[in-house]
Design a protein. Structure first.
Length: 66
């Protein structure tokens, strides 16, 4: 599964990123898979959250920053 991720970075987040939007290759919205208002410090953290919610191995998920 390939997901495109849009982030917001703010000085108040201490160099972390908040997910604004997650879309798949057909532009279906998967933003609900990210923790609301969580500050992520790596794509690995986000990938692990998404994999847990989808009950799949994190290796099955590919993330692309946009």
């Amino acid at each position: 599964m390939i997901l495109r991720i849009s982030f917001d970075q703010s000085d108040s987040m201490s160099r972390g990123y908040q997910v604004l939007e997650i879309l798949d290759e057909l532009d279906r919205d998967y933003t609900f898979l990210a923790e609301y208002e969580r500050c992520y410090f790596s794509l690995t953290e986000l990938k692990e959250d998404i994999a847990e919610k989808l009950q799949v191995d994190p290796a099955e998920i590919e993330l692309e920053e946009v």
